[in-house]
Design a protein around this ligand. Sequence first.
Ligand code: ASP
Length: 321
Amino acid sequence: MTSRRKFLQLSTIASMAPVTKLLGFKQLTPVTKPVVVSTWNFGLDANAEAWKILSTNGRALDAVEAGARVPEGDPKESSVGLGGLPDRDGRVTLDSCIMDEFANCGAVACLEHIVHPVSVARKVMEKTPHVFLVGEGALKFALANGFKKEKLLTKESEKAWKEWLKTAQYKPVANIENHDTIGIVALDGKQNLSGACTTSGMAYKMQGRVGDSPIIGAALFVDNEIGAATSTGVGEEVIRIVGSHLVVELMRQGNSPQQACELAVARIVKNQPKKSKEIQVGFLALSKNGEYGAFALQKGFTYAVKSEEAANKLFEAKSYY
Ligand code: ASP
């Protein structure tokens, strides 16, 4: 009996702790101005596109989709959409997801021949009872919904792949152009959050490999009461800790977006003390009150921020190593 009472007391304390912090978090004055944050240098162009929507009182969901479509459609970006580096068999396979303020979400993985997987993910969210379509099924769905079948492998990407075939060594190196994803999260003028994430994944990956980018909770998570987070880098490590969901839950417990990103990166280091020294993972988070933060394993993770008060600007995140 005593031990049961003790247990109940302890569990009451344990369950009260986060609630107290959450109340503290909610007391912060909300920012009513829109904000958009995106990963890597191409985040600047993505933010500029998203801002056209946010600055005219548009919805965060439309803004993040429009932003993500920018690097997807750029043949010079070799890690997203058109011109993305292929898998080891020379096939460009794309992964993407999107999530709105109502926790609606959609995703596609291993999708070939479609330039804008983020828009297919949105259609999955809006037109089907499902969250996730992959491979042939995702392509069939895209074509049935008016998307055009296109060749995604550009001459440059094909040349790089043929060069890679000479040694065929698979070694992900931090920050080099063979893996960079756009993750974009935004808060609109109505105080609603949304996010999107899109990539061609790790260059020269095994056929059928899917990383974190299309997985809700891993590379993207949005909770309209708390905040949103996205990730980039070696997806396997992000999946292992369900990274973006972890970041949002850490914010729920009262951590700032910056602290939450740092704690998530520290979790990867704890899981993989050796490996974490050689790979890159970065998190980017935005809170319901418009505060943002970012942190990475290695130096070199850049992210772009645009808000009403500030011009669209690139920052370099602090890093664990
Ligand atoms: N996260 C992506 C993946 O694992 C790659 C990246 O962001 O660099 O496919």
